[in-house]
Write a protein that binds this ligand. Structure first.
Ligand SMILES: [Zn+2]
Length: 166
């Protein structure tokens, strides 16, 4: 059967007629806002910063401008210790690209000491610990990058490790 039109070869289809090849150089800035900027600056300085609400008498981290409980502006920033407890965790033998790993990645939500509600902390990684020994409620401490390598990112903390009993 005779059909109308002109048949395209694969080369014509991909390289001449239909396709446009373009490698965009996309750069962007993302404003983190006042509270998270303060938090990231704190990380660069090797500190975990939280905020205190006077009306609720509670401290939370990461910082936010308004208290989600009473809707008041937060009263003040506070320096928190770089220690906390494991709120929850996972032992992951599969990476985000679905490949398998022998040494598992250990993501955990860490409740930072000095905060007054649970959870008040953030998702990070555990290391220097046998996965079988991880327990909810275990005390952990941040292991920081060297000051010169910190960029003001959550990865300025390399991971949290088990805190030895003092
Ligand atoms: Zn409040």
């Amino acid at each position: 059967m005779k059909v109308r039109g002109t048949k395209l070869t694969s080369d014509e289809f991909h390289n001449k007629v239909i396709a446009v090849k373009h490698a965009p150089e996309i750069e962007y800035d993302w404003a983190t806002g006042v509270a998270i900027s303060k938090f990231l600056k704190g990380l660069k300085d090797g500190k975990i910063i939280g905020v205190y609400c006077d009306s609720c008498d509670r401290t939370v981290t990461p910082p936010r401008m308004f208290c989600e409980e009473c809707f008041s502006p937060m009263s003040k920033y506070v320096d928190l210790p770089d220690t906390g407890i494991i709120n929850t965790f996972s032992i992951a033998y599969i990476k985000t690209d679905a490949s398998r790993v022998e040494k598992p990645q250990l993501p955990a939500v860490i409740d930072i000491d000095g905060t007054s509600i649970s959870p008040s902390g953030f998702l990070h990684l555990l290391d220097e610990i046998n996965p079988d020994d991880i327990k909810i409620g275990m005390k952990v401490k941040a292991v920081w990058k060297d000051a010169i390598d910190r960029t003001g990112a959550i990865t300025d903390i390399k991971y949290f490790k088990k805190m030895e009993d003092a």
